[in-house]
Each structure stands twice: as C-alpha cells, then as structure tokens.
Design a binder for this molecule. Sequence first.
Ligand code: ADP
Ligand code: MG
Length: 259
Amino acid sequence: MTDTIKGMAATRATMESLGLKNAATQVSKIIMDAEKDKLAYRELLDRVMDAELAARNDKHRRRNLVGAHFPPNAKRLDEFDTAELDDGLSCLQLAQLKDLVWLDAHANIIFLGPPGLGKTMLAVGLGLEAIDRGYLVCFEKMVSLVRILDDERVDRNAAFRLKRIRKCDFLIIDEVGYLSISRDQANRFFSLVSDVNERASIIVTTNKEVGQWAEVLQDPVLTSALLDRLLGNARCFSLKGKSYRLKHPVDPMDNGGSL
Ligand code: ADP
Ligand code: MG
C-alpha cells in the first residue's frame, strides 16, 4: 500500500514536471475509475489526456473572458427574444449567427438601429459563444477604442490593449456613430479596422445608417474606404421596434439592466 502511495506521488511529480499539472491532480481517481470500469490501456490514457485538455480549455476560456472586456451583466444569446423586435432579425437568422460559420469565413456583422433594441446584447452574446469555442474576442465601445488609439504611444496599457485587439479573432466595436471624431482619430481608426479586417471578423453596432457615417468620420473619402473594407463581406441587420428598456422598465434599485 505504502509503495503504491509512494509510486503514485512519483507519477504525479513526473506528470507535473512534464507540465501535465491538471491531469496530475486527477490521475489517482482516473486510475481507480479505470480499474473499476475495466478500461483498456488506451482508454485510460485517453482519460488522462482528456482531463488535462478539459482543464486547459477551461483556463483558456476564463482568461479570454476576462480579456474580452465585455460590459458588466453580459447576457447569453438564449436570453434574446427575437419576438420583441418588429423586424430585422428572425429566430432562424439568430440561430444561424450563433453557429459562427460567419466567423470562420472572416465575415463582418453590422447591427443597426435605435437604442434599446438589443444591439449590444447580440454582439456580446455572439462574443460569449465565440469564447466558448476558443476564439479570442475583444469588445470596445467606439469612444474607448478612439481613446486607446490616441494613447497608444504614451500609455503602456493602451499599447497592450491594442496588441490584443490586433491579434484577436473577433472584434466588437460598440456604438459607432455616437460621437464625431477628428481626422487624425478617423485615420487611426481606419487603419486599425483595415488591419483587423484582414484576418478577423468585426461586429459593429450603430445607431447611424452607413450613409451617415461620413459625418462621424468627417471625411467622405476615408468613410467610403472604411465601408468598402467593412461591408465587403458583411451581413447587416437593421433592427426595428420599440426599445426593450422602455417596454420593460426595471426597478431602479435593480442594477441588472443596461449593457
Ligand atoms: P442597444 O445596444 O440596442 O441600445 P441593449 O443591447 O443595450 O440595446 O439592450 C438594452 C437592454 O434590453 C439590455 O438589458 C438587453 O439585455 C435588453 N434587451 C434588448 N432587446 C432584448 C431582447 N430582444 N430580448 C431580451 N432582452 C433584450
Ligand atoms: Mg448598445
């Protein structure tokens, strides 16, 4: 018995030194279960490797979730009720978006419409789905993205954030069009979107028809170049209806509402 315990400790130590820390914590139980279930050697090996892989995927997912910078109270797509909309996104379309085929195809998505129709919720919900499948996701409101781009050279945090944004698989830019930006800012924004668009998907939420974007970016030539990049391979969902917030006002003491 003592030999077995000693032997197990040595096995665990070897596994740890090989970097299989997660499997090492579970290996005793896995072996006991394998004896009970009369597993073949290969099946036992699979269980050990699966234990390591599952723990690593979980850690990766949790790290991605923190690094995405989603707004507080991020909600899952299952909570989104398409029947609340008058038009713009059907239940079937939502299910198709959720399968993330568009993400593998590097397509972009635009959610357009007035406030309170769930544009941010949809973008974040798709972000959560993507993280579950192991994609690197970044969320930024346009206003903070512009600020980060302004600060890139002088602020290490901004530079660090942009590094992550530039390598992500899926960038969400929330609330494009709520503020006008300077020409320099528009140039930096355009250059970032062009870079990201080369190798990743972008979701934009906006309250402005794309025809009005020139007012925001203050440069018609730049705007059409940006739209050319973004819309080249994009699906646009123009949401119609009444604000969910107005239809379902929350108790002011309940903080779980807006994203
Ligand atoms: P927008 O970004 O279009 O202004 P939000 O995504 O911020 O709208 O939605 C406002 C609030 O209403 C959020 O709490 C969101 O979860 C909720 N909401 C909006 N539309 C729906 C919907 N169709 N089903 C469920 N909740 C919704
Ligand atoms: Mg929003």
